[in-house]
Design a protein around this ligand. Structure first.
Ligand SMILES: Nc1ncnc2c1ncn2[C@@H]1O[C@H](COP(=O)(O)OP(=O)(O)OP(=O)(O)O)[C@@H](O)[C@H]1O
Length: 262
């Protein structure tokens, strides 16, 4: 099967800092792949580079010919003083008819919101509207950068369930960035653990048992708290110039001591 996107030896620099180093990546049709990693570990940069929005320092990215991408960025600032209904928003940048717009809202669990002002939506409603807009392009792959930020646990779980249903119905692949380790582990086909480079990758089971993953996130996948507790066992000099947040946990290297950042 031809992969949708393949990256090989992908490196990205921001100024002097190497934000991504020698990343290999591939996603097949219909797969759900989630990228996890500490703040500043290059997750959004990877997504943007795969889409072609980020200049590469080296390496290659290949996208299947005629690939249709439904992209929901991490931040989408909409001026709250700008009047914009959900219906109008769904027709940006490509006009869609009323029936398609309503069907997309129904599919993402927010029917009848078309007349509402975007600025007045709750966080969960807004994420579903963003997903509806991405679906209207009939994408081969949905790319969602932290789609559940700001949602509570039930909201997050419901959103992932929706993503799985959409994948089941449309066959669309899904590439996500997420900090919700619990849900990631139950709802992804494959997980990529990133920290400037790929620390480990594979099925959720393989990744959750990998020493590199445990070094970053603690011994359980205990959700948000696990993000701040890690076995800090790397060589600081080896990471110099990597460009990611120096206070963030790093991948396993010799010497080991434990920190709590809670
Ligand atoms: N346009 C830019 N110019 C300079 N540095 C940048 C730029 N974009 C990102 N960076 C830096 O690159 C590194 C990786 O950023 P990125 O947003 O990819 O991380 P992330 O893993 O998505 O983080 P988070 O979990 O906080 O969203 C960070 O150190 C960030 O400050």
């Amino acid at each position: 099967m031809i992969p949708l996107i393949t990256a090989s030896g992908l490196s990205v620099r921001h100024g002097d800092a190497e934000v991504l180093s020698q990343v290999d990546f591939t996603i097949a049709p219909g797969e759900i792949v989630t990228v996890v990693g500490p703040n500043g570990s290059g997750k959004s940069t990877l997504i943007r580079a795969l889409i072609g929005l980020e200049p590469m320092a080296s390496g290659t990215v290949t996208r299947r010919e005629d690939l249709v991408i439904g992209y929901v960025p991490q931040k989408l600032h909409i001026d709250p003083s700008l009047p914009m209904t959900v219906r109008r928003f769904l027709s940006l940048p490509r006009r869609v008819d009323d029936a398609s717009a309503e069907a997309a809202l129904l599919r993402t669990g927010v029917p009848g919101l078309g007349g509402r002002q975007i600025a007045r939506l709750s966080g969960g409603q807004f994420q579903r509207v963003l997903l509806a807009r991405a679906l209207l392009a009939r994408p081969d792959i949905l790319i969602l950068d932290e789609p559940t930020q700001g949602l509570d646990q039930p909201g997050t779980a419901a959103f992932y369930k929706l993503i799985e249903e959409v994948r089941g119905e449309t066959g669309s692949a899904v590439l996500m960035v997420s900090h919700d380790l619990h849900v990631v582990m139950s709802a992804s086909d494959r997980v990529i653990c990133l920290n400037g480079h790929v620390c480990c990758a594979g099925t959720p089971r393989v990744v959750s048992e990998a020493p590199e993953y445990r070094a970053l996130f603690g011994l359980g996948t205990g959700g948000a708290f696990a993000l701040y507790r890690h076995v800090h066992d790397h060589d600081h000099e080896a990471d110099e110039g990597h460009g990611h947040d120096p206070s963030a946990p790093h991948c396993a290297h010799p010497h080991s001591h434990e920190h709590d950042h809670a």
